[in-house]
Design a protein around this ligand. Sequence first.
Ligand code: ADP
Ligand code: MG
Length: 230
Amino acid sequence: MSLVELKHVTKNYQMGEMSVRALKNIEIEIDEQSFVSFVGPSGSGKTTLLNLIGCLDKPSSGEVFVNGKQVNNFSNKESALFRGQHLGFIFQNFNLLPVLSAYENVEYPLIMVQNIPAKKRKERIMHYLEAVGMADQKDKYPSQLSGGQKQRVAVSRALVTDPKLVLADEPTANLDHVSAFKVIELMRQMQHDFKTTFIFSTHDPKIVKEAEIIYTLEDGEIVDKEIATL
Ligand code: ADP
Ligand code: MG
């Protein structure tokens, strides 16, 4: 069974009188433990697509299945619960809370969505901070970290709840090339170590080469699917 499946998905945004067709007849199947990229120019529909898979938005028509559940009919409450239990998110702007340390940022989703005893929680946070090489920086605040380091903390935060699927919307867009490659490499390592599926979007053709499966989007349509030969 696929981890993610989209059937005949369309998405229109209503802007006053005008309707913007952001996605047209999307058909996707993504297996567990894969490393997938959505690539395409700005406005091609990458964020819209990730938001539908991430239960952050609903399609205008069609069906979305994630982890065996049809998620497009979920209520807002059901979506929030599902996100907390099964999904992790990484953002272009890192989205770390500035008043929390690296450690506390990683702790945050555990407190929000999972009731774990304090000792277990601490072990878990340190395990994931170590996995991304940020354990020794745990008491630093986001303003004291470089972009690459912030994104490492964000990767750790996305993984700490042990999600099936991590969605990363242009995770390297605000990083220099060296840091960008390091973050993708790190996600790849995490996919391998924790058996997590990753889907990331990018408009950078160099970064996209690191993916196993590449979907190319243009004007809301998938115009190419490429499977990397290893
Ligand atoms: P990408 O992430 O590839 O840049 P998006 O998914 O953000 O593309 O956007 C796809 C299309 O949908 C674009 O034409 C964009 O202008 C439009 N769009 C995205 N979000 C909204 C919104 N909230 N309201 C209206 N139009 C939107
Ligand atoms: Mg986008």
